[in-house]
Design a binder for this molecule. Structure first.
Ligand SMILES: NC(=O)c1ccc[n+]([C@@H]2O[C@H](COP(=O)([O-])OP(=O)(O)OC[C@H]3O[C@@H](n4cnc5c(N)ncnc54)[C@H](OP(=O)(O)O)[C@@H]3O)[C@@H](O)[C@H]2O)c1
Length: 240
């Protein structure tokens, strides 16, 4: 199967390139997802059967100020990738986020209604999911991950998540990628168990200090943990 990856130089994309060495991953200078004609040109040339769309504007704080750019990359970029997937007869695996949920209760399942989103990045990622749905064949994977090391001195104990370190999440996503054509037009949550960000941080930075989300410069959802049981059931079905 020929697979094309957007966002190949990002946190997730870098791991995916290591796990799936045959993946075709044009740099953003070669494939700018905000350029509809350029996207079509690359997709017509490469003719992938699967497009893994992991490129995004991911600076949650920056998105509050740079809304135009965030919208262009996340919404219009995804629209361009969906159109290109349709043109090539490819399936689109769209990488989405736990932030599409409001964060009031957590343990969200794929069937739960998303929103209300709490910041601008989340808004664009929610709208991007609808853009991805314009691909005739698509798989929306909601996930959440952190770089391999916890980068901050403080971690919030009142923010709950099912995210994990990227080296734990990426192999799961790689498995979904490899089997994407056997999976229907679904939404799939791929994450680990619910925990506080502080608990997660301590696993790789034992001296991290405990803080609360009141000190964050951008509004953060309280509990966007994802229930991944559909993915676990699918793994059993596919004997993975
Ligand atoms: N990190 C998280 O906590 C998290 C959580 C949940 C979901 N996600 C989702 O997971 C996916 C990957 O996130 P990440 O953290 O790996 O992202 P990242 O490290 O911020 O990397 C983003 C990638 O997107 C590329 N990109 C940005 N604008 C582009 C454009 N106009 N055209 C082509 N490529 C462009 C960047 O290219 P350059 O390298 O050239 O700049 C980079 O490779 C995203 O969809 C994100 O929303 C992330």
């Amino acid at each position: 199967m020929k697979i094309l990856l957007t966002g190949g130089n990002g946190r997730l994309g870098t791991e995916l390139r290591g796990l799936i060495p045959e993946i075709v991953a044009p740099a953003s200078s070669e494939l700018d997802i905000t350029d509809p004609e350029g996207v079509l040109e690359v997709i017509r040339r490469e003719r992938p059967e699967l497009i893994v769309h992991a490129a995004a504007y991911t600076d949650v704080g920056g998105a509050e100020k740079d809304r135009e750019r965030c919208w262009a990359v996340n919404v219009e970029g995804t629209r361009n990738m969906a159109r290109a997937a349709n043109e090539a007869g490819a399936k689109l695996l769209h990488v989405s986020t736990d932030y599409v949920f409001g964060g009031e209760r957590g343990n969200y399942r794929e069937s739960d209604t998303p929103g209300p989103v709490v910041n601008y990045y989340s808004l664009t990622k929610l709208v991007a999911e609808e853009a991805a749905r314009s691909a005739v064949r698509r798989l929306i994977v909601r996930t959440s991950f952190r770089p391999r090391e916890f980068a901050y001195p403080v971690a919030f104990s009142d923010v709950f998540t099912s995210q994990d370190y990227v080296d734990i999440i990426a192999p799961q996503i790689a498995l979904v990628v490899r089997h994407a054509l056997e999976i229907g037009n679904e939404v799939l949550h791929v994450a680990t168990e619910r925990k506080s960000v502080y608990e997660l941080a301590r696993r790789r930075k034992p001296d991290v200090q405990e803080g609360t989300k009141a000190s964050a410069t951008v509004r953060l959802p309280g509990d966007v943990s994802l229930d991944s049981s559909r993915w676990h059931a699918l793994r059993n079905e596919l004997a993975l």
